[in-house]
Ligand binder design. Structure first.
Ligand code: CDP
Ligand code: CDP
Length: 219
């Protein structure tokens, strides 16, 4: 079974996807982490975020992979654990430029489909239901208001000891949503057969319950 969870930035996709995967004993794949790692790869090598050929060359020379550890899934760039580095502000602010490159998407979509081949998987991102896994049995489009999403990120940052002005977070989220939904290739879009869940007023538990009900109906 394939479960696709798409939606805008900070809607709760990865939180929900991880819990659903854990409960059902499915594999989890965070496709956003892959775009973030390519962005980090460009940064580390002083390659411009719009420099398609150089980015593709770097992608062919390096390996992006996931490792499941006791505390969750870790992302690796070759032998380096980049799980934290890919969440820094600099990467967040530039990832949409890299993810808009058609050739980068082609490569990553290939990897994502390979990962999903013949296994039970929960995959979250922007184009999973529309492009990566168009035949997924369950497609969820998870949304929440910009205000709620900024609040959630504010709280998350605070827990890590970082105090970011709420307005700054709102602007970053809105700007990234705009770029992700207006790019030419596989823009963020609700698949026609996806079920939309507005989690603005829902707890994590309530969203998990709702998605589990949808999965059970499909089983
Ligand atoms: O977790 P957050 O909502 O901040 O974003 P993410 O899922 O880590 O994705 C980071 C960025 O990668 C997004 O803003 C998109 O530009 C890009 N992305 C994409 O284009 N397609 C995907 N399937 C997943 C992410
Ligand atoms: O993956 P995505 O960027 O869509 O979002 P996330 O990183 O899973 O979630 C962003 C934050 O919202 C996390 O701190 C979650 O704990 C929180 N969240 C929440 O407070 N209530 C929900 N219903 C869903 C997520």
């Amino acid at each position: 079974m394939q479960i696709a969870i798409d939606g805008p930035a900070s809607a709760g996709k990865s939180t929900i996807a991880k819990l659903i995967a854990k409960n059902l004993k499915f594999v989890y794949c965070d496709t956003g982490a892959m775009y973030r790692t390519v962005t980090l790869l460009a940064k580390k090598n002083d390659v411009g975020y719009g420099d398609t050929l150089d980015i593709l060359k770097l992608m062919s020379e390096h390996k992006i992979h996931f490792l499941n550890k006791e505390d969750g899934q870790h992302v690796y760039l070759d032998d380096e654990d980049v799980s934290d580095t890919i969440r820094t502000e600099d990467i967040t602010n530039n990832v949409s430029q890299v993810s808009a490159i058609k050739e980068v998407r082609t490569e990553l979509v290939k990897m994502q489909r390979d990962m999903a081949n013949n296994i039970d998987i929960v995959m979250d991102g922007r184009d999973i239901g529309t492009t990566v896994l168009p035949n997924a049995e369950v497609k969820i489009f998870l949304i929440a208001s910009v205000e709620v999403r900024a609040q959630r990120r504010y709280k998350e940052n605070l827990e890590r000891g970082i105090k970011t002005p709420l307005k700054e977070l709102q602007d970053e989220i809105a700007a990234r949503d705009y770029k992700d939904s207006h790019r030419e290739v596989s823009p963020l879009r609700k698949a026609s057969d996806a079920i939309e869940i507005d989690s603005s007023d829902m707890t994590i538990e309530q969203v998990v319950k709702k998605v589990t009900e949808i999965v059970n109906e499909k089983k």
